[in-house]
Design a protein around this ligand. Structure first.
Ligand SMILES: *Cc1c(COP(=O)(O)O)cnc(C)c1O
Length: 352
């Protein structure tokens, strides 16, 4: 605390990211990173960009990257926005689109950055409880609202809405901005990007951090109507003209172009998820069906806090949220087969 702080700073409750401990031989299953690493072509492109040209500012509009993303997703370049991780893209969306007199709606159990941004940007919000089975029920969003944001698949549950359900949500709310945060969509969800053409109020946000294993590069993007993108760009150019450095732009382009590597690593994660779920179910855990690169599991009798601590003592880190309804759940990232085995072996020891 300092008397030099602005009044706003006193009111903030910052997002707390999963820890990045520096312990050797750790099985790190707490922040949904990919165990398979980025495309080697992306690594080469980053290295090639990290030369003498770094003395020059990067392209402030990231046009080559936006063209690559536009071609990949079948949209126009004016419909693509890029930022320093999708967290920054989301921050600009909160600023540009989500603050209205009526409250922003999002699920009570979801990405905990949303309420943090609301406080930072003074956006009024209301949370909508998930159903008993932890799914989002779109009929519960029929209430006065200025805007809606939904993570799909949701975090930390992994539960996905279908594209048809998102289309229903959009049909019910044609007059307000709807943001769909698709950080995990590549692991089995259905993207809402095909709905952008018919819905000028829809913004779809994706990231290179999870399915493309580039969390350390910080590249996220949004796709929507050109007028929505212009709103984001106005905020971005009022904040930081150069959110993506040269290595980030080059690495992200190379990653998108390496479709074979992407398909291979996401298939491995999806296969690993099945293995993880079967192993957990055999040990008396239950979890809603996950369309993400993590599983949100709860043991039939043992408290989540105790299990997380016991796993940690055995060098296995998972994420637990000290929040109503989900305090006994563990969010476990899908690791390699070897990491999944280490987790299951540790659980066998703990559960006896
Ligand atoms: C990981 C995550 C993000 C942010 O990812 P970046 O690394 O900032 O691109 C956004 N939304 C959800 C739901 C996430 O889990």
């Amino acid at each position: 605390m300092s008397r030099f702080w602005s009044p706003l700073v006193h009111t903030l409750s910052p997002y707390v990211p999963g820890e990045q401990p520096k312990i050797a031989d750790l099985v790190k299953l707490n922040t949904n990173e990919s165990p398979y690493g980025p495309s080697p072509k992306a690594v080469d492109a980053i290295a090639a960009a990290a030369g003498e040209a770094l003395r020059l500012y990067p392209d402030p509009t990231s046009t080559a990257l936006r063209e690559t993303l536009a071609a990949h997703h079948g949209v126009a370049v004016e419909q693509v926005f890029v930022g320093n991780g999708s967290d920054e893209v989301l921050a600009h969306a909160f600023r540009a689109l989500l603050g209205h007199e009526s409250p922003l709606l999002f699920p009570d159990i979801t990405y905990s950055f949303y309420p943090t941004y609301c406080r930072l940007f003074d956006v009024a919000y209301e949370t909508v409880p998930l159903a008993e089975d932890l799914s989002v029920r779109i009929e519960d969003y029929r209430r006065p609202a200025g805007a809606i944001i939904v993570a799909n698949p949701n975090a930390p549950t992994g539960v996905a809405l279908t594209r048809a359900e998102i289309a229903c949500l959009l049909a019910e709310h044609p007059d307000k901005p709807v943001v769909i945060d698709e950080a995990y969509v590549d692991f089995g969800g259905e993207s809402a990007i095909p709905l952008v053409a018919d819905h000028p109020n829809l913004l779809v946000v994706q990231t290179m951090s999870k399915s493309r294993a580039l969390a350390g590069l910080r590249v996220g993007y949004a796709i929507g109507d050109a007028a929505l993108i212009e709103g984001l760009t106005r905020v971005k150019d009022s904040f930081n003209s150069y959110p993506l450095g040269r290595p980030a732009q080059a690495g992200a382009i190379a990653s998108i172009e390496d479709e074979a590597f992407f398909q291979d690593s996401r298939a491995k994660v999806i296969a690993g998820r099945l293995r993880l779920v079967e192993g957990l179910e055999a040990r008396c855990f239950s979890a809603p069906a996950s369309s993400a690169n993590f599983v949100f599991a709860r043991h039939e009798s043992r408290p989540g806090a105790e299990l997380a601590a016991e796993l940690r003592a055995r060098g296995v880190i998972v994420r637990r949220f000290d929040a109503p309804r989900i305090g006994d759940h563990l969010r476990i990232t899908v690791g390699t087969d070897g990491q999944i085995d280490r987790l299951l072996t540790a659980l066998d020891e703990i559960l006896g």
